[in-house]
Structures are given as structure tokens and as C-alpha cells.
Design a protein around this ligand. Sequence first.
Ligand code: IPE
Length: 257
Amino acid sequence: MIVAIKLGGSIITQKSRFKTPEPAAIDALCALIGEYHKKGVKFIVVHGAGSYAHIPAKEYGLADGIKTEEGLVHYASVHSLCEELSTIITNSLIRHGVPAISFHPATFVTQNKKLPVKIDDKLLLRYLKEGFVPVTHGDVVLDKSLRTSIISGDGLMDHFGKELADKLIYASDVDGLLSSLDVKGELIRDVTKKNFDGVYRMVSGSQHTDVTGGMSGKIKNLMTLKCPTYLVNGKHPNRIRSILDGKKDIYTKFTPG
Ligand code: IPE
């Protein structure tokens, strides 16, 4: 079974404090990946950039590409920060006996108008086949129209969900898809073709759209993938264990098709 798991930036870093990792959370998640790697699960680990890159990327306006030669240095420094965080994740995985190899999207992804046009993942997949655990992450990349843009870890997950994964797991700091983001928000446990329209209306009509910049678009996309997607709170690794064991727990499962 091939599982692509995204370790969200809000779990592995303190999102509002520049370059601050969350070592305990990283260790717990990497230990879990190690445990299931030894059981034969083939993982692709994707991680967010959290406070390593979001803060400087915003400061330099990198989301819309670079416009000056000074921008090249900003681009390089944000990429280097993403690499630094990736090294922390791979080292933690290696400590847990996982043969983790980091792949940086700046060196194998090209976009056009902020959307991937080429993801040259042949070597990454070769490593996967050999028994390694590829690690990749949100990063700055070259862009045909904008010169440069940003690919999120979600964009990479989407690619693996279309191509080869049997399960996508998003570990973030929320319990799953909530009916609304206020106190009345309840966990939606299952999203299928049957209840999708109702869920979509509920999510589009709630604050979700404003806060996340398009949760409704994201969930629509999950229903076009070739495998189920799970949204789970990464602060509770046992819930990820339940997903991998096929047991019920607190999470949202999207079943396309
Ligand atoms: C963002 O990646 C990449 C950069 C800002 C360069 P993600 O969007 O996947 O990161 P998180 O999970 O929100 O931190």
C-alpha cells in the first residue's frame, strides 16, 4: 500500500514564530511513520513549510513571482529555509529507522500561473520502488508566466493522489472537515458521492471559504482523485494509526467515485 502523508506546517512548526520547529510533534509523527514503514507501508512524506517559509515568502511577496534581481536572493533564501526544515524531518525519520530521502520541488517541478505543468518525479518514484521513503515539501519553483511561484504541499499531494497513492492523509491541527469553523462546528466523518452536494453547500456557506481561501474548491478536488483522502488532527498520532489500520476514529474520510 502506498500512502502519501502530509505533515502540515501548523503541526511541525509554530506557524506565527519564524523558523520555530515543534520537535515533539515531529518526533511523534516520524516514529509513527517508522512503525508502519517497518510493517510494509510505502510512504511518500510531504510536509508544509510552516513558519520557515510562509513568513519570509509573504514579506518578499513571492506568491506572485519575483520582479527584481534582488528577488532571486529572496527566492534562494526561502528555498534554503524549506530545505532546512526538510532536513529536520528527514533526520527525525532516519532516527526512527526510515530511509528518508528529501526531494526539493525547486529542482523538479515547473509551474505556469501557479499551477504545476511538469512534475519530474521519475527518480523519486525509483527511490520509492527501491524501498526508500521520499520526502518532499511546499517550495518555491520556477513558473513559465510569473518567473517563479509557490507550490504547496497540497499541490504535491494532489499529484500523488491522481497518479499512484492508495491513501492520502493530511495531518493538520484540526480534527477533520468541520461543518463550520465556529463553536457549533461538528466533524463530518464521511464524505461520499451521496452526501457531497450537501457537504459542499455547508462548507461554501460557512467561514471556511474566507479563512482557508477556498476549502470548497479543495474538497471538490478531493472527489476527483483515484484514492480516498483522510483529514486528521496530527496532534493525535493514534488517529493516524486508526486510519492506517482501517479503524474508525476522529477524522474525515473522502471517498471519490
Ligand atoms: C508552502 O507550503 C510553501 C511556501 C510558502 C514556500 P504549504 O502551503 O504546504 O505549507 P503549510 O502546510 O501551509 O505550512
